[in-house]
Design a binder for this molecule. Sequence first.
Ligand code: PLP
Length: 402
Amino acid sequence: MSFDESSAPAPTGRCTGQAQSRRRELFPEATDEQWSDWRWQMRNATRDGSALAKKLSLTLDERAGIEETAAVFRLGISPYYLSLIDPEHPFCPVRMQAIPVKAEARKRRGELRDPLGEDPKRPVEAIVHKYPDRVLFLALDTCSVYCRHCTRRRITHGGEAELNKTELAKGLEYVRTHPQVRDVLLSGGDPFLLSEERLEQILAPLRAMPHVEMIRIGTRIPVCLPMRVTESLAKLLRRHAPLFVVTHFNHPKEITPEARRACELLVDHGVPVENQAVLMRRLNSDARIITELSHECLKMRVRPYYLHQMDVAEGLEHLRTPLEAGVRIIEQMRGWTTGLAVPHLAIDLPGGGGKVTVQPDYVTQRRPTETVFRNYRGEPYVYPEPEETDCSCPYDEVWRAR
Ligand SMILES: *Cc1c(COP(=O)(O)O)cnc(C)c1O
């Protein structure tokens, strides 16, 4: 790959200063070499309340949250992600995603352990097969940072047996014997916590199946552990193209020079990167924030894909927004900014119905001969219907028979 680093636009640099100085305060002994080594980051992750209390002054709500969620869900924060936390503000978006509060320990009415109804659709432990032509492949149950908004916490909380070699083999066998599966979405847990050797052991057999047209990998590594994205990882992924990385930035504060380097390295090597954000109340539930997030993503060639309505998983009600809030955000983006910046607002239906998308309603009147719209500025426009309505394609039989 002949990419010249010096010709790349300068990183935005917005949090560097703060994050760098926090790094020195939090991990004064860490050398640059250690800091940029993802295994060092994993070994030095903060995994319990007392370790966290030594690094940060915690609020009462956080102290109670850590204690009360200890038996419910793992705590884990990479040194890098910890260094992005604003030590002064309890509503820092990085902080809210990494440190539990009391509300997380509470189960509310209607909240579900398996909010997306996945367990009945797991023919083998590693596979969720919900849609006709694609499957979710759960590769492992660990993460670099345990998101407080995790919706698969029943899998990542540590109680399930780790997905071992036998289960992975069964998952691969399932895909191999189901020719209708043309798209495999590898997730977990975070697949990029696997060694390159283990990752290869999953990707190579998938790629060798003629019916698997494309692979996607869902990961938070560019956000929470960007040093894991090495040139050799990027090259490995490129070998298995078409392979898309789907990452999970939720706030522009997470788009640091390190995160940007990770995403650009992937894209430079020919691995497209998409972003799925989750809408969270008081964290990013504002059109200005989502718009800035989208712009910052596009600046590093990451394409906004979904904006997810929060699932009804146990302990997450405090982070849920009313449906209307998401629709209003999309309304404040569509037309006002680059179409590529506008994500699909998706709701994964409780009980296993799958994802549906919702959008603002721009239709104000439907008549047989015309439809009246309001445009993004609220002005009325008319679209007339054509006289002919037959939409069948005469060449299609020839095309199908080729
Ligand atoms: C989200 C999801 C997919 C992928 O859905 P797309 O709309 O194709 O991105 C596949 N399987 C499961 C179980 C999912 O939750």
